[in-house]
Design a protein around this ligand. Structure first.
Ligand code: ADP
Length: 358
């Protein structure tokens, strides 16, 4: 609502948003972010993912100009934003609590920003129609917010935030208040809206599924720092740190002493692709059978300690002598062939293990 359609410098290759060496210490001494370098390309759907308190909202608010960083620089389309207040930045923010104007119609809500900036009437009407069509609400312009469902209200909030055509739309857990079913629908809708509008989105969430399913690229944050940046599939398949490996999905984390290409973990020798003390093996890479194929570099016999039916897949907790626990997850195709107490064999390829830093 507060974006100003600035004729910004920068061509297509200029990143839409850059954070350089950003640090934020609040007045009470709390550390918002420790050190942040981040580049968001034009047209990207970029997610900031991390647990509560890791600094996601602080980062977003610094981009929006709602907080001044203690150190570092923010650039939008190549332009330094230092000292520029929120309402003069080419950004807009969408919050979990929508704050639509209840007494204004849907169309008036969407027209609010352009009216403030005194756009000509014809241009406002055209924009309102285009944005309502973008969010799938053509024909709803005359309704009041109270006459819409929660999901529709959220779409109006997005249309309103896009009306001024901000360079970057900042979204702070916008789906957090919706129930699961609606949230999943809205994830798909938002992804399509982002794609169709071509607007750069920076999207804050603590929900890994949301980030993995929606983002083109994402940053995993932890304690005010970025752990890793990349495409969701790359982060999931090739995490670099223990934090990323355990925060994204579930994993078997093995720590031990390396001897060449073998990691000794509690007396179990695990083949690894390169030397390191800590490796991650995703449960879905571990096969469970009476006898697993000899091609697996890692094969061990153990006893089933737990079998957890999850619908589409089943998890198996397998205890190896002398005590190491390995979790396997298999798709449910033939029904559960094993029960607690069964002796089974598990196997995985050496390449399934990802060596991690701390
Ligand atoms: P997230 O969005 O990831 O949950 P935040 O950016 O809100 O994390 O918070 C990061 C850290 O900064 C937390 O320790 C939080 O308590 C602190 N913090 C956030 N906002 C303020 C504020 N206005 N004043 C003081 N400390 C704050």
């Amino acid at each position: 609502m507060n974006a100003k359609p600035l004729p910004l410098s920068g061509n297509e290759r200029t990143p839409d948003a850059e954070l350089r060496g950003i640090r934020k210490v609040y007045d009470n001494g709390a550390r918002g972010v420790e050190h942040l370098d981040l580049t968001v390309a034009r047209g990207e759907f970029f997610a900031l993912l991390g647990p509560s308190g890791c600094g996601k909202s602080t980062t977003l608010r610094i981009l929006a100009g709602l907080e001044e960083p203690t150190a570092g620089e923010v650039l939008i389309r190549g332009e330094p934003m230092r000292g520029r207040p929120s309402h003069r930045r080419p950004t807009n923010m969408v919050f979990q609590r929508l704050a639509l104007f209840p007494h204004l119609t849907v169309a008036q809500n969407v027209a609010f920003g352009p009216r403030l900036h005194r756009w000509p009437r014809a241009r406002i009407e055209k924009t309102v129609a285009a944005k309502l069509e973008l969010v799938g609400l053509s024909g709803y312009g005359d309704r009041l917010p109270a006459q819409l469902s929660g999901g529709q209200q959220q779409r109006v909030a997005i249309a309103r935030a896009l009306a001024n055509e901000p360079a970057v739309l900042l979204l702070d857990e916008p789906l957090g208040a919706l129930d699961l079913r609606l949230r999943v629908q809205m994830q798909q809708a938002l992804k399509r809206i982002q794609h169709d509008s071509g607007t750069t989105f920076v999207y804050v969430t603590h929900d890994q599924v949301e980030a993995l399913t929606m983002a083109d690229r994402m940053a995993v944050m932890n304690e005010g720092r970025i752990e890793q940046v990349g495409a969701p599939a790359d982060l999931y398949r090739a995490p670099e740190t223990v934090f990323t490996a355990t925060f994204l999905g579930d994993t078997n984390l093995f720590e031990g002493s390396p001897r060449g290409d073998v990691l000794d973990v509690d007396g179990v020798g695990i083949k690894i692709p390169r030397s390191g003390r800590t490796v991650s093996v995703r449960p879905e890479h571990v096969t469970v059978a009476e006898r697993v194929a000899p091609r697996f570099a890692n094969r061990f016999r153990g006893r089933l300690e737990d079998v957890i039916f999850q619908g589409a897949s089943t998890r198996y907790h397998v205890r190896l002598p002398p005590g190491l626990l390995v979790i396997a997850e298999q798709r449910e195709e033939t029904g559960t062939p094993f029960s607690v107490g069964d002796e089974v064999e598990i196997g995985w390829d050496a390449g399934a293990a990802v060596v991690l830093d701390k």
